[in-house]
Design a protein around this ligand. Structure first.
Ligand code: GZL
Length: 322
């Protein structure tokens, strides 16, 4: 049966659209060496320092020139840093967008300047920027799954505790948005839990401690603290001790990242459970760059696998923590 001409026209328009979209990405020629930008968000915690070291070590191993910038916790400066890399005509840019919306325009500027961008560690709002069109791909963890794993572990191990204080990561950062969604949905599905308060501690140890102190005073009945990263969890442990409470026992402490200090606290019983968020992006980031130059096509996301650290597994896992 003859298909209506309109349907055939629509189908061919879709094909052309997809081909154009894929072709919108700047090409990267295969070269012996590259000049690559890495626009870090800040260096205020061990996770970010471990990520930077991994990127610098890999660039050095490959003999590539790394143009490194540190936005010092300012999203506006990270935007300016990326613009400076475009002006320097780097071959490609590795970017962990500090927040999921403000970096979209400058990612588009890089594409228009013929510079491919690979997102690592944090993502951009898909409504504003598209993998395969505006940037090559996103390399990083499944943050929703990380939050879900913490929530599901809590549901099995709460032993009657149920009143939660949630310490959120940097406002607008994709890991903060998604770790909240994953955890909140998991405990809602389990039933029997209440989130008494949820406030940003900006992924920072000191801010996390301050916010935990304030919220513990406002909610003395809280018996669980869920922190979106280790730094805030460690800050919360200090806040609990200052309030005369025993972390890990009077009040459970749950976290994400898997740094050595937090994993040691799981061994010591001060933190109850940690899901890893691996910061060692160097090898996979540069391999992705080389494969992209060679013409490989990528999915929208390349998801890294993360282990976890429970009271049963932390001691054996400690040596592998970053
Ligand atoms: C996760 C990363 C987060 C870490 C925090 O990929 O963006 O930022 O969980 C870090 O420790 O500050």
């Amino acid at each position: 049966m003859k298909r209506p001409a309109k349907l055939i026209m629509l189908a061919s328009a879709l094909v052309v659209g997809t081909v154009l979209a894929q072709s919108a990405l700047p090409k990267l020629e295969v070269k012996k060496t590259y000049k690559v930008g890495f626009a870090q968000t800040e260096s205020n915690n061990p996770w970010r320092l471990a990520e930077t070291k991994s990127m610098q070590d890999e660039a050095k191993k490959l003999g590539y020139q790394l143009v490194y910038t540190d936005a010092g916790g300012s999203t506006a400066k990270q935007v300016a840093d990326v613009r400076s890399m475009i002006a320097q005509k780097v071959d490609a840019i590795f970017l962990p967008p500090r927040e999921d919306k403000p970096l979209a325009p400058v990612v588009a500027e890089a594409r228009k300047a013929g510079i491919p961008v690979i997102l690592i560690d944090r993502n951009i709002d898909p409504a504003l920027s598209k993998a395969g069109t505006d940037y090559v791909t996103f390399l990083g963890s499944d943050f929703i799954d990380q939050g879900k794993r913490v929530g599901e572990w809590l549901a099995k191990n709460a032993n009657g505790k149920s009143k939660i204080i949630e310490l959120e990561g940097t406002t607008g950062a994709s890991p903060a948005n998604d770790r909240k969604k994953g955890f909140d949905d998991a405990i809602k599905a389990a039933g029997g839990f209440t989130i008494l308060a949820s406030q940003t501690g900006d992924f920072s140890r000191d801010k996390g401690r301050q916010v935990a102190e304030t919220l513990l005073q406002a909610h003395p009945d809280a018996d669980i603290i869920y922190a979106h990263n280790d730094e805030m969890a460690i800050g919360a442990v200090s806040a609990l001790q200052a309030a005369g409470k025993t972390p890990g026992k009077d009040v459970m402490v749950l976290s994400i990242d898997g740094g050595k200090e937090a994993v040691q606290m799981v061994v010591d019983g001060k933190i109850n459970y940690v899901v890893e968020s691996n910061p060692r992006f160097g090898p996979i980031a540069f391999k992705t760059l080389q494969d992209y130059a060679a013409g490989k096509k990528f999915p929208n996301k390349v998801v890294l696998t993360d282990r976890d650290y429970s009271p049963e597994t932390a001691a054996d896992g400690l040596s592998g923590a970053y």
